[in-house]
Design a protein. Sequence first.
Length: 311
Amino acid sequence: MALGGIKKLFRGLTRTRESLTTSLQTLVGNRPVDEETLEDLEVDLLAADLGPTLTREVIDALRVQAKKGSLSTADLRPALKELLMADLRDGKQEDRVVRSDGRPHVVFVVGVNGSGKTTTIGKMAAREKGAGRSVMMVAADTFRAAAIDQLERWSERSGADFVSQREGADPASVVFDGLQAARARGTDLVLVDTAGRLHTKVNLMAELEKLTRVARKVIDDAPDEVLLVLDATTGQNGLNQAKNFTKAATLTGVVLTKLDGTAKGGVTLGIRRELGVPVRMVGVGEGLDDLLDFDAEAFVDGLLGTAQDPS
């Protein structure tokens, strides 16, 4: 991650870092870690929304080291970083937007209303347009006129092509029209904004399956990716949302938004652990360039303050 991105991420994680490192900041000197220290740290980890399972595993591992006499207060942050990094891998993938076969790279973007889904699509479009790629935005969230209007404004702002139909139209019909147009124009990337259904709606799975069937009538094996947008401020509730979406679609990644507005950024770690789905991007502000590729080490450093403040 470039220095500018690291600075943004560090600032965006300020509230979570302050919550998470309360007990660590009180440690002075270089003495053995005792049970009281571990109990205080456990409270901080839970407050940052790492979740009970991951928190318990981390504390148990630190307790083993402490009982062996191999863990001092000076070593606690580095040891915690190593444990959090153990199964947290970068969500970045090799650049596949421009395919060797020339067909559009199709991404379905899913998530509940209010998660920042449409804004995320707009920022993704702007970034790819800035990289010189052709982008099309498809407004398949036809149940809300506001969603169509918002996506159209983002298309104008980013310079991306835009395909929509009237409010209440069949989302599958919009996807079909959009992919046909993208194929005819030789578009590099198609971003499909799907309906922001509440995760308790039983028809979510059927709707996504229908969109996939229709997409494959135009482009074999579409979509290439299904990204779930989650609001970080929802904490563990967001993780429960994600679990429901994994039942409805094969997710290829998660985009975590509003990290700068919460002390619950630790949920990022739980997503990877509980779902086995990589965090691909994180949103740390309202600016057009505040959507960052996820970098595991930069994230954990920002979470724990284990790297020098880049600002």
